[in-house]
Design a protein around this ligand. Structure first.
Ligand SMILES: Nc1ncnc2c1ncn2[C@@H]1O[C@H](COP(=O)(O)OP(=O)(O)OP(=O)(O)O)[C@@H](O)[C@H]1O
Length: 259
């Protein structure tokens, strides 16, 4: 068995003044090349867990351990802000549900893609532009729109741009929070196909938060089901969705299947 890329141990998070934990005793391991889906209804703690994993929220208790490209084993919540931001720039990608939060809306589409490459030390303008053009094509955006502002893009186009911006540096760990929700059904389907293709081609390791079991089915090797802050069931996606053991997972699955 390979060493896990990411290990979450006994993670709890309680928001100030909240009466209960938003995440309670969550543990998981993500191995290189693996895709995990975190599913559950609204308010079950999925985004809070993802934000704790990303180091953006400080857990009340528990640890997030990440094995860096250098082989160094890092406790994410003991990193300085500068170290964490460096990881975000170089080894991690974070695709947010609201693309406008994951993009820089005041610079062009090309600059959005090039910026992360520059963060890794690339400076050659011609190369940055040609890589940005190539990635625009890869995510099915018209390369002629490379100088346009993301403000002039539709929701689906912004999400494609956000994906290009995140994947251009070939991150070792990608966190995605509801990457397709809020879009038209047909736009969602095409975007999901694109994500599936990129995940397979780039051999990505990813954690995807979704309330849509179809997204988990399509993208994830393993699925973790959250309810009221706890992971109540986990296993291979097909097993969890076709033969759910926990009553709550059974309810989730049947509510999708039922007419
Ligand atoms: N900033 C906050 N302050 C206080 N409570 C919060 C905050 N953010 C989330 N919560 C609470 O934490 C719990 C988990 O929320 P979270 O957003 O993680 O759930 P989720 O499963 O991602 O839901 P959704 O699918 O609707 O985004 C909820 O009870 C929510 O009300």
């Amino acid at each position: 068995m390979t060493r896990p890329l990411l290990k979450v141990q006994g993670l709890h998070h309680q928001f100030p003044l909240a009466r209960r934990f938003a995440v309670e005793d969550a543990s998981l391991e993500l191995h290189p090349g693996e895709v995990i889906a975190l599913v559950g209804e609204s308010g079950s703690g999925k985004s809070t867990l993802l934000n704790c994993i990303a180091g953006r929220l400080q857990p009340t208790r528990g640890q997030v351990i990440y094995t860096a490209a250098s082989g160094e084993v890092l406790d994410v919540h003991r990193l300085t802000e500068r170290e964490r931001r460096r990881l975000e720039r170089t080894e991690w990608g974070h695709v947010q549900q609201d693309a406008s939060l994951g993009l820089r809306m005041n610079v062009s589409a090309g600059a959005n893609i090039g910026e992360r490459l520059m963060g890794q030390g690339q400076r050659h303008y011609g190369e940055l532009r040609s890589t940005a053009t190539e990635w625009m094509q890869r995510v099915e955006l018209q390369p002629e729109r490379i100088d346009d502002s993301p403000r002039a893009f539709s929701g689906g186009m912004r999400q494609r741009l956000q994906i290009a911006r995140n994947l251009v540096t070939r991150p070792r760990l990608v966190l995605m929070d509801e990457p397709t929700s809020g879009l038209d059904v047909s736009v969602q389907a095409r975007l999901l196909d694109l994500i599936r293709l990129l995940v397979a081609r780039l051999h990505l390791s990813a954690i995807i938060v979704t309330h849509d079991l179809g997204v988990a089915r399509l993208l994830a090797h393993r699925t973790l089901v959250m309810r009221e802050g706890r992971i109540v069931e986990q296993g291979l996606t097909d097993r969890v969705l076709d033969d759910p053991q926990h009553a709550y997972t059974q309810l989730l699955v049947s509510s999708v299947v039922a007419p």
